[in-house]
Design a protein around this ligand. Structure first.
Ligand code: CTP
Length: 418
């Protein structure tokens, strides 16, 4: 058992998100410890940059211990070694630069673009969005200069987490208290949900095998584990899409941020579940290894050895992807899979025919002839065919982990979705 967050824990709403936490010299800096802990508790990876004056309010050691990363407050790592803190690297690392608390002075420096300490340099060199949680006395907050600075920063796209009203450290009462850590963490969650490239897009993903009953205990199935489909669903959700994951029987926990998971067993159930949601989707990915045939009259109890038939009569199952392609609107994007076992040339031919026959935008071909591809591996090697007007574009990818393959495939899908 480690102290690290379990990636399968559904409460880890910030799993995989990188938050660069900036702390400036305000008494509210003591609350940054709670904020850092709250972000880590929700799964975020946190690194901390402090202004020199912030280190007088709370020690870097406290924060380093809470976030499990070194804390930066100076341009040099250590005077003895002369090593520099790479502010550009820090600025590029975060998915969000959150400055909490942010003093009136730091707001003013940000508005001017002044660079007098490491935190300012990180601000100027960061490429990710920036959010500030102001903390100051009420008169400093209402001062026209501060209000003008906030307006300037807001116009430049910096998010302002409004301070609240209440008792201030000065003894006065009014607006200027930094927002509570839990509320700031909620803001961070909401930020990631609404500012991702696929925010607002709805995608259905089918995954895993199907099981077609012979009797109440036996079935026809296949070796699909569902890993590829779940990796795709996870990547989509991380990029902000609202994902409906329709899965056959698998032994995998639902990834973070999946909007809805529907568990099915048979090809018919997968068809019914998928076709009922498909009209409201922006995109679909059919990654499931659906059984093509099913026993005609499955027995509703276990057949004993003597009762087992010599042969089992089979019939076709409905083809979910074919129906999705048939009913696809001009704005919907559809990606199918083609698992082949033949030589590369034969496999490509078969995949290309699926692209046209099922009216797909993309078909992802993998062949069991390639080592490390297909079922029971954590890796996959795919070739993607894309239908572009009257011709087909082909992209060959190297052998990669299924997670990396999911990154590549979602990047491709996104080119038609965004
Ligand atoms: N598929 C589906 N429903 C089915 C069969 C397949 O949705 N009943 C989808 C799969 O999820 C996959 C694609 O169709 O995205 C291709 O599946 P595959 O089994 O490789 O191809 P088939 O269409 O069954 O064709 P063939 O058996 O000739 O290879």
């Amino acid at each position: 058992m480690t102290g690290l967050p379990d990636p399968q824990d559904v409460h880890l709403t910030l799993m995989g998100r990188r938050v660069l936490l900036g702390i400036t010299g305000s008494i509210a800096a003591y609350k940054s410890a709670f904020l850092a802990r709250e972000l880590v508790k929700r799964g975020a990876e946190v690194r901390v940059v402090m202004t020199p004056s912030a280190t007088g309010f709370i020690t870097p050691l406290t924060l380093a211990t809470l976030v499990g990363n070194p804390v930066h407050s100076d341009f040099t790592e250590s005077i003895e070694s002369g090593a520099w803190t790479n502010h550009v690297e820090l600025g590029l690392w975060g998915d969000l630069f959150l400055v909490a608390p942010c003093t009136a002075q730091t707001l003013s420096f940000f508005a001017q673009g002044a660079c007098t300490n490491l935190l300012h340099a990180v601000f100027l060199s960061s490429r990710c969005p920036v959010a500030v949680a102001p903390a100051m006395d009420l008169d400093m907050f209402t001062n026209a200069a501060t209000q003008e600075n906030l307006k300037t920063l807001s116009e430049r796209g910096i998010k302002i987490i409004e301070p609240t009203s209440g008792a201030l450290a000065s003894g006065l009462d009014g607006k200027g208290r930094m927002e509570e850590p839990e509320v700031i963490a909620d803001f961070v969650e909401a930020f990631f949900l609404s500012n991702m490239p696929l925010s607002g897009k709805r995608v259905v993903v089918t995954a895993g095998p199907t099981e077609e009953p012979i009797d109440s205990v036996r079935y026809l199935g296949n070796r699909s584990t569902g890993k590829m489909g779940f990796a795709l669903a996870s990547r989509l959700a991380d990029l902000g899409a609202s994902v409906t994951l329709i899965s056959g029987p698998v032994n995998i926990k639902t990834p973070q941020r999946i909007a809805e998971r529907i568990d099915v067993c048979t090809a018919q159930e997968m068809y019914d579940a998928t076709i009922s949601v498909w009209p409201s989707m922006d995109a679909g990915i059919a990654c499931a290894a659906v059984a093509d045939m099913r026993p005609v009259n499955p027995a509703d109890k276990k057949l004993h050895r003597g009762d087992l038939p010599d042969s089992i009569l089979l019939e076709n199952t409905p083809d979910t992807l074919l129906e999705m392609g048939r009913t696809k609107s001009s704005s919907q994007v559809l990606m199918g899979f083609a698992l082949e076992t033949d030589s590369a040339e034969e496999s490509l031919k078969s995949a290309e025919s699926k692209l046209t026959r099922k009216n797909l935008d993309f078909v992802v071909m993998n062949t069991l002839a390639d080592k490390g591809a297909g079922f029971n591996h954590d890796t996959n090697k795919v070739t993607v065919l894309q239908s572009v007007g009257a011709h087909t574009e082909k992209r060959i990818f190297e052998l990669k982990t299924k997670r990396e393959v999911a990154y590549d495939l979602i990047e491709l899908l996104s080119t038609l979705l965004i």
